[in-house]
Design a protein around this ligand. Structure first.
Ligand code: CA
Length: 313
């Protein structure tokens, strides 16, 4: 290359073409840079599409369990305190069934509730001590023994016997409102863990979750409720204290409702190992005759928490 700067003997043409060349090179560089940017964006988009999708469609609330108040009773069952206060009960019309409307704010006094569903192992001493009938699964197109090992949740218990079991332990069945609050927290979450259903959060219909029938309570830690309660969705549906009335929410009290004073059916909640995601929603209501027994219905117990004692037990 010849000297390219300064006036002098260089021909004007050479200077002119040199400038043109430099300009063209500059433009080419810009074009190349632009192309490279577009390419890299496209490839990163492609990479994002091809990357395995983590369960981003399932929203869970990441509940904070650091301040849970859990005690273990004489029966060995852990109970958690659900503090007094309001929660959203029922569903907006588009989200749930007719018996779940209207959705409303309901105040519930503080109460304790079992962290886990009652198991066959826990239920057996009650049968021995009181002469209560042994659970017998009425209908199952398989060997009932598959549901009846000691670590599995007890099923095939009449409502009356479930209540008697809780009373035997100086507890009681939770009310329908208490049960729903313990399951969905105070902000009306659709499922115990949050607003969308996802795999691995509850034992429902099908074996994809690892269980054809019941799972030992506590097998789905990702599906705990805001109060740390296990298996409120699926596994076994659970008897609660209230009589069932399809229209109860239309006129029910807003403070610690205890259900209609009479009825034909008792409420059970939570859905079971034989239900769909929609039927294991926290607001979903089921009803059955109190003497009915079923391979899908079990229960857990609750207990009053006197306000002055709530922090000291
Ligand atoms: Ca299942």
């Amino acid at each position: 290359m010849e000297e390219s700067s300064g006036p002098g003997p260089i021909k004007k043409d050479a200077l002119f073409y040199g400038m043109i060349l430099a300009f063209v090179a500059f433009v080419l560089m810009l074009v190349f840079l632009g192309y490279a940017m577009i390419q890299s964006r496209a490839s990163s988009r492609l990479a994002a599409q091809l990357a395995p999708q983590p369960a981003t469609t399932v929203q869970t609330e990441q509940w904070d369990y650091s301040r849970l108040h859990v005690v273990k009773g004489d029966d060995g069952a852990e109970m958690v305190l659900v503090p007094a206060g309001p929660f959203l009960m029922g569903s907006p019309p588009v989200e749930g069934d007719q018996d779940e409307v209207p959705q409303r704010g309901v105040y519930v006094d503080a109460f304790w509730i079992d962290l886990y569903e009652v198991t066959f192992r826990q239920y057996a001493p009650f049968v021995s001590a009181t002469g209560a009938p042994k659970p017998v699964i009425p209908v199952l197109q398989d060997d009932p023994a598959k549901l009846m090992s000691p670590e599995q949740p007890v099923v095939a218990v009449e409502w009356t016997q479930a209540r008697a079991y809780c009373r035997w332990l100086e507890k009681r069945l939770p009310t329908e409102a208490e049960w729903e609050k313990a399951s969905r927290g105070d902000r009306g979450a659709k499922w115990p863990w949050g607003p969308t259903f996802g795999p691995g959060l509850a034992n429902i219909q099908g074996e994809e979750d690892g269980y054809r029938y019941t799972a030992p309570p506590g097998s789905f830690p990702g599906g705990r409720s805001a109060y740390g309660v296990y298996d409120m969705a699926g596994n076994v549906a659970e008897w609660v204290a209230d009589w069932y009335d399809q229209k109860y929410y239309l006129g029910a009290p807003f403070e610690s409702p205890t259900g209609p004073t009479t009825g034909k059916h008792r409420v059970y909640r939570g859905g079971s190992w034989n239900d769909t995601p929609s039927d294991v929603r926290s607001a979903k209501r089921f009803a059955a005759a109190p003497h009915q027994t079923s391979a899908v219905i079990g229960f857990r117990c609750a207990k009053d928490a006197a306000p002055e004692k709530a922090g000291s037990e």
